[in-house]
Design a protein. Structure first.
Length: 213
């Protein structure tokens, strides 16, 4: 594919394939915002050694949220699909400075559901979150009341040299993830999607513990 054609088929910033990511979140936030985070949060998002966090979470999906979750399940499963369990066991594996996250939810009858995403620094200094199947979000990253917040600005579907923007009304809505320190080696993870017309479509709330080793 020629460079000119590839440029016309690509929308949004490109990821930067850097080496170590232990300072990526700190660089995006800036020194003042990064220093406003609790020490434990800074450690989780700067450690390069893999970590595994275990906890329990509740997932709620509206009818539209269920349609998106199950409709996308064969194409990378970017959304949680397990509902009806208030206290589901969840295991979160994190590596590479908090840039790679794998959430494994254990449901009834031994069923497990996996959602994996990789955060990448973009060429314009912002953050991209890339899920399996090519589903990608451009994120705004900031600190709010001591919590680290990731909020979607734009959605894309990307495959090879193709990057197509997706309007928010064709998605579950604006995504927001909050990582809130609870103290004593625990943190709260909340994920929400709010559609501009249909309201809250996806909500997941869980409490996790730091590894003991």
């Amino acid at each position: 594919m020629s460079e000119g054609v590839a440029g016309r088929l690509w929308s949004g910033p490109r990821p930067v394939h850097a080496g170590s990511h232990d300072q990526t979140i700190a660089l995006i936030l800036g020194a003042r915002a990064w220093s406003a985070l609790p020490d434990a949060v800074r450690i989780r998002f700067s450690r390069l050694t893999p970590a595994r966090y275990r906890g329990r979470a509740e997932t709620k999906l509206s009818l539209l949220g269920r349609l998106f979750a199950w409709g996308l399940f064969p194409f990378g499963a970017p959304l949680p699909v397990l509902t009806g369990t208030r206290d589901a066991l969840v295991e979160v594996s994190v590596r590479d400075g908090g840039m790679s996250w794998t959430r494994l939810t254990r449901g009834p009858l031994g069923l497990t559901f996996k959602v994996r995403s990789i955060k990448r620094l973009s060429q314009d200094g912002r953050l991209l979150e890339c899920c399996a199947g090519g589903w990608t979000m451009l994120l705004d990253v900031f600190v709010d009341a001591g919590a680290l917040v990731f909020r979607s600005q734009q959605f894309y579907w990307r495959f090879g040299a193709i990057s197509i923007p997706i309007p928010v009304w064709l998605t579950p809505g604006t995504a927001e993830v909050r990582h809130t320190e609870l103290g004593q080696g625990q943190f709260r993870f909340t994920l929400s999607f709010d559609h501009p017309w249909a309201g809250r479509t996806v909500f997941q709330d869980g409490v996790f513990e730091d590894p003991r080793d």
